[in-house]
Structures are given as C-alpha cells and as structure tokens.
Write a protein that binds this ligand. Structure first.
Ligand code: SAH
Length: 370
C-alpha cells in the first residue's frame, strides 16, 4: 500500500441488482432507476456541498431531482465566514442515525444523504447505514481529513490556531482521520518515544509539542514523569491549548549574553512527533530551545517523504542552537532525529525572519486518496 493512502475511503460503484420475473423486473427496474436517480441527486448535492458550493466545481444533479427541497445546513455561515481559513463543511449532517433508522418515513433532514431513499443498497448495517451510504460517508470523511491536513501544513500556525479554536469539531474530525491513518502504520513514533523515555529517570520533565491525544502523558505520568502536553485544542485533561510556534506558557529565556543557554528552564526533553505542521514551524524549534535546560534533548519524528534533503533540515535546526546526536532513516514511513541544545548567540529580528522563511525545507505531508 502506498505510504499515506487512506484505506477504505473510496467509493465503489456496484451495479443495481436485477429482479427475476419479467413483470417484477420491469417494476423493479423502474423503482431502481428512481432510486438511482435519487442517489445520484443526493451524491451530487453532497459533493457540491463538500466543494463549498463553488459553482465552477458543481456536480450536475439529474433533472428529476427535487431541487425545491434544499437541505438546511446546521453549520452557520457566519461561523464559516469569520474563520481565517475556509474549509469544506463538516459531515456531521450525514451522520444523523435517527432519520436513517426510519427509511420509509419522510423526515425533514439536514443532509442530502438522509433525504435519499436509503434502500439504494437495501442491506442496512447495525448503525442504520447501507453499504453505499457508509462508503459515501467514509469517502467524504477521508476527503475532509485530507483537506484539514492540507490546511494545517500550508498555513501559518496562528491561522490554524484560530481555525481550531473557532470550531473545535474540526480538530476532532482531523484526529478521527489521523487515528484511522495510524492503524495502517508499521510503527507509531509516539510508541517508540514512550518505550525509550520509560528508561529515563522518573524526575525527567518532558514537553510534548503537538501532542494530539497526549499518549505520552497518559503512559508516563503514572510512572512519575512530568509531562507537559500542548496542542491547538485540548481534548482531555492532560492537554494545554497553545500554539507551539508561539510563546508557550513555560519558563525559559533566550540567550542573554554573547553566547549562552538562557535562564529559567525546566524541561529536559521536548518531543515533536509529526507536529511541525504550520509553515512557520521553525519557530517551534526556537521555543524548544527557549524552554530546554542546557544540554536538553529535542526529539523530532517526521514523515520521511517530507524531506527533499534532510541536510537542509538539520542545518536549519542546528542554526537555532542544537547539535545533531543521531538520525534514524531505517523506518519506511518516518525519519527521526535526536538533537541536543547547545549555547548560541542571541539573534536579531532580521536573522529570525530569515530562519522562519526556511520552513519549506520540509514539504507538506499529503495523504493520497486511494
Ligand atoms: N504527536 C501526536 C499527534 C500528531 S498529529 C502523535 O504523534 O500521535 C499532529 C498534531 O500536531 C495535531 O494534533 C496538531 O493539532 C498538532 N499541531 C500542529 N501544529 C500545531 C501548533 N502550531 N500548535 C499546537 N499543536 C499543533
């Protein structure tokens, strides 16, 4: 399987089954054709909605579709507009089990899928969705995950932070897709870090930058470690909401003298596992330097395909005040790096601007559709 395919997120086009006796056959053929038209109409509506109703991208709906019944979206348009980044509408409305459980009753619904006759493929699963509906839903969820992912990689972290804070469901949608993705990986860098850090002295203070579900904290806090977990949105008590490319609520200063370590640090290890996402990610490395104790460790795991040339990446990190201890390219999916904080000279704003403009030494990670 290609590295970052999204398994299960593709729509098959199964033929509509045929009847056996000729009269039944004619009647069913006509019913099937109506159902198919309805399904096409609804798929068209879904796709149009998904593409942000851009007229240039509209999928044509069959003429027989009832266009007067416009689905009412739960998503407020003013909510969308106020966001710095626009994303396709969430698929919440597709997932209304209540109405899908009652296929014969006409219900005013929020979504085109719910409006369709759910019996296009008559076998309903336990969750009340037919196979076709399930495939459509998975396909759209996959597309939405890829879209959010792309937005995170191609925008500034402050925009990503506003977007997630503006609608925390976007974060949940992203992580549903991310968790789905993790299942297809041969190893998960976070698990490797948990195993390695378990052997550190329990007094070790770890900061997990872009922690997601905070797996590191869940695993190591009970063992006596201090784990400080940061992400754009907090989904559990272990996570502090913060932009890791901006000033974090942790002590520590930049170098005060000509060459130095700064003061007031508390952190022994910083982990950046697949979290160097925004175009300004070098600022996250600057934050790692600021909060780390002298000689502290920076562990970075990134998707292997993001590196056009990892020497440029290493050179950028070392210019911020780190020394490379080791690099591991043995994994098919990820490259991992161990850096150590070294003293550095203070930098001017101009120097920082130059460093920050080099975020493109890492390519965005793109998840392909199967
Ligand atoms: N480290 C976790 C999650 C990886 S997914 C793991 O390996 O399982 C990448 C995470 O980085 C996402 O949760 C995303 O929200 C977070 N992230 C990306 N940019 C961020 C930023 N600027 N500030 C805080 N978190 C960020």
């Amino acid at each position: 399987m290609p590295l970052f395919d999204v398994p299960g997120w593709s729509v098959k086009s199964d033929p509509v089954p045929e009847a056996t006796s000729s009269s039944r056959k004619r009647r069913r053929a006509s019913e099937d054709s109506d159902k198919l038209l309805a399904a096409e109409a609804n798929l068209g509506k879904l796709m149009n909605r998904f593409k942000g109703n851009s007229s240039s991208q509209r999928v044509k709906e069959p003429k027989s579709a009832d266009k007067s019944r416009k689905p009412k979206s739960k998503i407020d348009t003013h909510e969308d507009k106020k966001k710095a980044i626009s994303l396709p509408r969430p698929l919440k409305a597709v997932d209304s089990r209540q109405s899908l459980h009652r296929p014969t009753k006409k219900i005013k619904t929020k979504c085109a899928v719910e409006e369709s006759s759910p019996s296009v493929n008559v076998v309903q699963s336990k969750d009340g969705l037919t196979d076709l509906q399930k495939e459509m839903k998975e396909s759209l969820n996959g597309a939405r995950f890829r879209m959010i992912n792309e937005t995170l990689y191609k925008s500034n972290s402050s925009e990503a932070f506003s977007m997630m804070q503006g609608d925390k469901n976007v974060f949940e949608e992203y992580h549903t897709g991310f968790r789905h993705q993790v299942q297809s990986w041969p190893t998960n860098p976070v698990e490797t870090y948990i195993a390695a850090l378990s052997d550190y002295p329990p007094k070790t203070v770890i900061a997990d930058f872009g922690c997601g579900d905070a797996a590191v904290a869940h695993a190591l806090l009970p063992k006596g470690f201090t784990v400080l977990s940061f992400d754009l949105v907090s989904t559990n008590a272990f996570v502090v909401e913060a932009d890791i490319c901006n000033k974090l609520p942790l002590p520590g200063s930049e170098p005060l003298h000509d060459k130095g370590d700064g003061q007031g640090h508390t952190v022994d290890v910083v982990i950046c596992a697949l979290s160097l996402m925004g175009v300004n990610w070098p600022n996250c490395i600057r934050e790692a330097w600021r909060v780390l104790r002298p000689g502290g460790e920076l562990k970075v795991a990134e998707v292997a395909s993001r590196f056009a040339d990892d020497k440029q990446f290493i050179s950028l990190i070392t210019s911020i005040g780190f020394r490379l201890d080791s690099k591991d390219v043995s994994n098919t999916h990820f490259t991992t790096f161990e850096f150590r904080k070294v003293p550095r000279k203070p930098k001017t704003d101009r120097e920082w601007t130059t460093i920050l403009s080099k975020g493109d030494v890492l390519k965005p990670c793109e998840y392909k559709r199967r």
